[in-house]
Design a protein around this ligand. Structure first.
Ligand SMILES: [Zn+2]
Length: 475
């Protein structure tokens, strides 16, 4: 008789945030991803502090990639007693150093504001979810692995990473185990990327698995073709710069900014854009770009070739630097950008305009009809980015009304997640086909649409687990 083998879904079940999946083989327990649940402050705080298992009993955590919705709650897990190693690819570990430190910094700053208000109103003070010291301890636990290298997160379980093509360092993970004379292979996609994207290699396909845990963010959608995205980006740039305006791009600092810079670099090399100054105005983006440059083992052939071109003003080198591009660090230099009168491109965080330097660029630039605000990422309900994207004519920035006269444009083609067709195409290349597929990291609508497609094309049993639900895997 094999020992019991089970998986339970403690996050990103019927939602897209807070990935945490608990695996058990007999008495051994390990966690796959430990993401931050992002939502309204009070609810998020409660969800992130509550583990429905004892962190002290886990032997290891295996992490798929550095996005905070997959790693951002690791410091809480460590603070609550988890004492084992955290496995990751080398690039993921380096991105975690930058992103978790930034996350702790933002939490402390956010709490100072909230606590100041609470003091004035005589309400109790609160503690941030974690502090920089917790991040330090967490980072000391990272154990890094190359793609395809075998490692043993718990005795008797062999794991291996394959390239997921989602962000730098992102990985598909397989777990191979044997118990009572039976073998089992479990595949976990983490977030599944897409073919033909800038910088990264296409997603790999690992060997066939008995069961697959599959993301479903865009399970009901098809992305526009990549060629269209480059052409539309060029159109927006030419139109705005041609009327003497500036293009303001709210962008996530890690991943999206580097892809956008690489795409702009390609357009400039092809003579498709005028020679105007471009700025990446985000300290986190600058740090993250440094991590990208240290991990050429993650690049596709085209990106590796482009390094043979010359370096930019800042010595960053292609594809992340070119002569007209400047990475802005100091707040003074950031503010000075508002004094410029010439057409230019400014890429700044945060991606949904919920904070960061993009806010002062919007405050100065929204009123000018020559300018364009260009969205290149998802804008969640309730964010300033969403209100602008939906066509609001007046918005509040730092409590002040700002009238919008600038053009609003959006490009959907930069998504880092496979769409429905790409997911089904990827699953159908697994040989042998999985008998059972668990859909996670997606709302119920996209999950059900994808489940129907997969049942039809792969013939597997497809399950959309409820939060906390546990499944015995030998069955
Ligand atoms: Zn991700």
């Amino acid at each position: 008789m094999p020992e019991p083998l089970s998986i339970s879904f403690h996050g990103a079940a019927r939602t897209v945030t807070g990935s945490r999946h608990l695996l058990r083989l007999g008495q051994r327990r390990w966690l796959f991803d430990c993401g931050l649940y992002q939502g309204h402050r009070d609810e998020a705080d409660r969800v992130n502090r509550t583990f429905r298992f004892d962190p002290g009993e886990l032997e290891a955590v295996v992490v798929s990639h550095a996005h905070l919705d997959h790693t951002g709650n690791l410091p809480t897990l460590v603070a609550q007693g988890f004492a084992g190693p955290i496995h990751a690819t080398a690039a993921t570990a380096d991105l975690c150093r930058v992103m978790l430190a930034d996350s702790a910094f933002l939490m402390e700053r956010d709490h100072e504001k909230v606590n100041r208000r609470a003091r004035r109103q005589g309400r109790p003070q609160r503690e941030p979810l974690y502090r920089p010291a917790d991040v330090e301890v967490t980072l000391g636990r990272l154990a890094t692995h190359a793609y395809h290298e075998e490692f043993e997160p718990v005795p008797g379980v062999r794991a291996r990473y394959h390239d997921a093509g989602h962000i730098l360092g992102s990985a598909l993970t397989t777990f191979d185990l044997e118990s009572g004379g039976r073998r089992f292979r479990l595949g976990m996609t983490g977030d599944l990327g897409r073919p033909h994207r800038p910088i990264l290699r296409d997603p790999e396909v690992h060997a066939g698995v008995d069961a697959l845990v599959l993301e479903s963010t865009y399970g009901d959608r098809l992305h526009p073709p990549e060629r269209e995205t480059g052409a539309r980006l060029q159109e927006v740039m030419l139109r705005t710069l041609g009327r003497g305006g500036r293009v303001l791009v709210p962008s996530f600092a890690v991943g999206r900014t580097q892809e956008l810079v690489a795409t702009l670099h390609g357009l400039i090399d092809a003579g498709a854009l005028p020679d105007v100054p471009m700025f990446v105005d985000s300290p986190l983006a600058r740090l993250a770009t440094g991590v990208f440059r240290r991990h050429p083992e993650c690049f596709d052939a085209e990106t590796l070739r482009s390094f043979e071109h010359g370096a930019g003003d800042d010595g960053w080198g292609a594809p992340f630097g070119f002569p007209r591009l400047r990475y802005v660090s100091s707040p003074e230099e950031s503010r000075a950008l508002n004094e410029r009168r010439d057409p230019c491109v400014i890429i700044a965080a945060s991606g949904m305009c919920e904070g960061g330097r993009i806010l002062h660029h919007l405050q100065h630039g929204l009123g000018d009809p020559r300018n364009t605000v260009l969205f290149v990422g998802y804008q969640a309900e309730g964010t300033l980015g969403r209100r602008l994207k939906d066509g609001a004519e007046e918005v509040n920035i730092w409590g002040e009304p700002v009238r919008r006269r600038a053009e609003i444009a959006a490009l959907d083609g930069f998504s880092a997640h496979a769409d429905q067709g790409e997911i089904v195409g990827w699953v159908s290349r697994l040989d042998p086909a999985p008998r059972r597929i668990f859909l996670v990291h997606g709302d119920l609508g996209p999950g059900e649409a994808l489940a129907a497609k997969l049942r039809e094309s792969v013939g597997a049993e497809v399950v959309i687990p409820e939060p906390g639900q546990e499944f015995e895997l030998w069955n």
